[in-house]
Design a protein around this ligand. Structure first.
Ligand code: SF4
Length: 329
């Protein structure tokens, strides 16, 4: 069942040119190490939930004051009952903006077909060769949002997110990012996001996170498991690509955006993104901002300088002339 774990009652920033409120839905199928909402991602079951009626009652009181509602997360499209919530919000006359990581194109397609959205914002994490790494996906993915397995994708098949294990990325817990047993990422030097290992995120030597079975010289891994990891990451990227295509050919107002992180991105990411979404309506490069809730503890990440951001922007503008920086001072 859909879980609203946070609400920002007023925002002038999150819905372009509108006064809005944010609803934060718990849970995500990505593990971006720079994520600023790690409690929503790593321990959604521990967060208190708003009663849906409490939220709807608040929205009724704000009718005529707020223009729109941003539905964000986490990843809202993990919830099969998201369209029902959106319908209730729209019935009150609100515009609806959906923030998504793009991994559920089927739901997005249905929402667009039903004219249930007014604006869609899709995070493009990185260039496609770097995607699994920046989305934290080069390990096994099995997600359970509420411990009951009721809120996964409907899709089934080899990328079933309705798994019973709770966000265990497959490992021995030696690089636990979440501070509790249920949020372990796989361990060992090969998956160290921050540390001194040569394949860590501070490195440079190894940007190819599709090599998870081989980059650790000390660990043997069963080929089937390795294949499963690659397949999950590949399937999710394929879904993001479907979302990109969907929006590029849709009439809805939308934006693509990338949070640019020193330690994860370089110019090759922006060459690829520019080719990938060439001709899109809106594309923004936004700067990484540090906070206490970054998903990767003791992370090595920082923001690029404004000059470096301008350099990335100039790369992107070769294919997307109206691309802009956001939040860069
Ligand atoms: S930044 Fe990544 S991990 Fe965090 S909510 Fe967005 S998609 Fe999920």
């Amino acid at each position: 069942m859909l879980k609203i774990a946070g609400m920002q009652k007023l925002t002038l920033l999150d819905y372009p040119e509108h006064v809005a409120a944010d609803l934060f839905l718990a849970g995500c199928n990505f593990r971006c190490p720079f994520c600023q909402n790690s409690p929503l991602v790593l321990s959604p079951g521990d967060l208190p939930a708003y009663e849906q009626e409490e939220v709807l009652s608040f929205l009724r009181k704000r009718q005529g004051i707020l223009d729109g509602i941003c539905i964000t997360g986490g990843e809202p499209t993990l919830y099969a009952d998201l369209p029902e919530l959106i319908a209730l919000i729209r019935d009150m006359g609100y515009l609806v903006k959906l923030d998504t990581n793009g991994t559920n194109p089927d739901m997005l397609r249905a929402l667009l077909a039903g004219h249930m959205l007014d604006y869609v914002a899709v995070d493009l994490k990185a260039g496609r060769a770097n995607y699994a790494r920046v989305a934290g996906l080069n390990e096994d993915v099995s997600i359970d949002l509420d411990g009951g397995g009721s809120a996964g994708f409907d899709g089934g098949g080899s990328t079933d997110f309705d798994d019973s294990a709770s966000t265990d990325f497959g490992g021995d817990g030696s690089t636990d990012f979440g501070g509790n047993a249920s949020t372990d990422f796989d361990g060992g030097a090969s998956t160290d996001f921050g540390g001194g290992a040569s394949t860590g995120f501070d490195g440079g030597a190894s940007r190819d996170l599709n090599q998870s079975a081989s980059i650790d010289g000390h660990r043997e891994e069963h080929p089937a498991k390795c294949y499963a990891k690659h397949k999950v990451a590949g399937d999710l990227l394929a879904r993001v690509s479907q979302t990109v295509e969907l929006l590029l050919h849709s009439d809805i107002d939308y934006e693509f955006r990338t949070t640019v992180v020193k330690g994860l991105h370089d110019s090759s990411d922006f060459v690829d993104i520019a080719n990938w979404v060439a001709g899109c309506k809106h594309y923004y490069l936004q700067s990484f901002r540090d906070c206490d809730e970054i998903l990767l503890r003791d992370h090595p990440f920082s923001a690029f300088s404004e000059a470096q951001m301008q350099e990335f922007l100039s790369i992107v503008r070769k294919k997307i002339p109206h691309a802009q920086l956001r939040g860069v001072s």
